[in-house]
Design a protein around this ligand. Sequence first.
Ligand SMILES: N[C@@H](CCC(=O)N[C@@H](CS)C(=O)NCC(=O)O)C(=O)O
Length: 243
Amino acid sequence: MAGGEELKLLGWWAPGVSPYVLRAQMALAVKGLSYDYLPEDRWSTSDLLIASNPVYKKVPVLIHNGRPVCESLLILEYLDDAVGLAGNGKPILPADPYSRAVARFWAAYVNDKLFPSCTGILKTTKQEERAGKMEETLSGLRHLEAVMAECSEGEAEAPFFGGDAIGFLDIALGCYLPWFEAAGRLAGLGPIIDPARTPKLAAWAERFSVAEPIKALLPGVDKLEEYITTALYPKWNIAVTGN
Ligand SMILES: N[C@@H](CCC(=O)N[C@@H](CS)C(=O)NCC(=O)O)C(=O)O
């Protein structure tokens, strides 16, 4: 990339399906930064990944001028903080310290509570357990509906959590959108983000999915479903016909 800065992103072997890698890619695209994408091999962990993220050995890892930054949310923060990485200069985090803290709170909630509830739907075929995980997921989405309602309150109605532009929470949550859709379809539960239940969130999801530069990065849900059924169901001991 320009200015002698070198960015590499260590990514997942199947494109588009890792929400964490997608999150880093979304942030790089929003900031207009170019980078080399280095996918991991499906069957073996590369020496570069082991050296770059020796603690977790997970992707994404952003390597900036040879120095690794691990953990997708930290990569987002780093992209705002790193001197020399101007890109288009658009910040991801809000400028106001309180709004930053709130965005970080919800991003952590989405990571630690909401997404595990959603994958919980996929990790069981027992109806009762699945219904419990669905209820947990819906309860999480209701919280985010309230956050979106606050953003779209008053005269200056904002299209995104980040205001007029895509920001930290938009990317932190938006990288999971294909997963919500795939989970609803695979579990036969219909749309998980449903305009009838969470209208503001559903409208946000629609806007985010077609926004530039996000649109081109989102994987087709069919592709994600195939990945879940062929690569993850066997790991989770889920029979493909077990819906
Ligand atoms: N908390 C990490 C999670 C990253 C993660 O789970 N990455 C998966 C790909 S989706 C991975 O590298 N898995 C490799 C493994 O578990 O061996 C982040 O936000 O970056």
